[in-house]
Every structure is written in C-alpha cells, then in structure tokens.
Design a protein around this ligand. Sequence first.
Ligand code: VGL
Ligand code: ZN
Length: 202
Amino acid sequence: MRPATHALIVIDVQNDFCPGGALAVTDGDAIIAGINALIGEFPVRVLTQDWHPADHSSFAVNHAGAACFGMIDMPYGPQVLWPAHCVQGSTGAAFHRDLATDAADLVIRKGFRAGIDSYSAFFENDHETPTGLEGYLRTRGVTHLTLVGLATDFCVAYSAIDAAALGFAVTVREDLCRAIDLDGSLAAAREKMRAAAVTVEQ
Ligand code: VGL
Ligand code: ZN
C-alpha cells in the first residue's frame, strides 16, 4: 500500500469512451485490467464520470449545421464540438462493467451544466468553476496524485495540468491511458503536461 497521502484518480472509464461507444477511444477498454490491478495499492481512490444533460453545449447536434469535431467559440473560449456522449443516466454514461467501481471512495461527476464543458476533474472549461475535488483531496491530506483513464489528451491532461497548478505532485501513467488524438492533440497535451511539471510515465 502506498502512503496515506497518495490518491489514484481514474478518469472517465465509461462505455461511451470504450469501443462501441458514442465517442470511442481506440482500445479504451484495454487499460481496465491494469487499472483494477493498481487501485488496491492506493489508500485514496477517486473515479470521475463525464455526465452531460442531453442539451449540453459541447454536443454538435445542439448547434444547427455544426459538424462533430469542429470548433465553436464559447464565452469561456474555444470548444470542440463532440458527438453526443455520456448523457446522464444513459448506458453510455455508465462505467465500463469491468471497472472495479466498488473499490472507489468517491465518484465525481462533471460536465453537468448545459452551458459549459468540463474536461478537468478540478475545474470546468472556464478554468475557474471548481468541481469540489480539490477540497475533497485536501481534507483527506492528499499531496500526490496518479492519473489514469480516458482520454489522455483531453480529460486526463486537463486534470493533470490543473492538479499540478494547484500544487499536487502529479504522475500520469500513459500506459493506463488512451487518447482521442484529434489534429495533434496528443502531442500538444504531452508537451503541456511536461511544461506543467507533470511526470508522464510511458
Ligand atoms: C472527454 C471529450 C469530451 C474525455 C470528455 O473524457 O476525455 N473528451 N468529453
Ligand atoms: Zn464530455
């Protein structure tokens, strides 16, 4: 068992990000056995769940004439338009059945406000509205985070960069992550994580 100050954060291992899902990440389910093997090593265990209303502004279908994977300008900055995914209560939003969810201490949902997306487990995409995860971790005395899950270049990277900025020591286990890789987003995310002093382990 690792020290009491170490938490594992498992990002968005949900059906819609796995093969067959609405926003499937290649081999997204290939990381699950490794995550299940790792979770028992950590005294603090958090799962995140992307959790959108059907009218969410990040869905291309909610913008007349817009295509999936295009960009729009939101009041908080540029936003990728996604296929509808992780709709609250849907099968796509459920955790993958093989994920060891019973081992989790906390499940934190994000992206539940229609007008703003939330890639990061810490802040919504305006980079200022908190999800509450920071407070949870601090009150449990956590200082070190290991991040795994989906997708490397969006929710994992945004969470890692925010966590590092908040002063946590952050490691991303890339072997237990898989990427969407949209227009070079994986290379860009790796670069930003390194610049933020996140340890990226292959
Ligand atoms: C994610 C795009 C949209 C992710 C969530 O979990 O990386 N990506 N919503
Ligand atoms: Zn989403």
